[in-house]
Design a protein around this ligand. Structure first.
Ligand SMILES: [Zn+2]
Length: 72
């Protein structure tokens, strides 16, 4: 069983409900050089009343950031 080390969504800081589908992303913090990476967790399912899940929003922002960086 996969265990999410974070108890909250890395995107909106809402608590991750047990049993909810989510995505775990390994994050290497340059400040922790040589240390164990940390994990960010994003719910893969949209919260009721919201468009798209936090994971989709996070991915979208990442794409936008990448595009901007390339354009600069
Ligand atoms: Zn969230």
């Amino acid at each position: 069983m996969i265990v999410c080390f974070a108890s909250e969504c890395a995107y909106c800081r809402s608590s991750i409900v047990s049993g909810q589908g989510w995505v775990r992303v390994k994050v290497y913090d340059p400040a922790l050089n040589g240390r164990d990476p940390s994990y960010h967790c994003y719910p893969a399912e949209p919260i009721a009343g919201q468009e798209g899940s936090c994971w989709e929003k996070h991915e979208m922002e990442r794409e936008i950031g990448r595009t901007t960086a390339h354009a600069a």
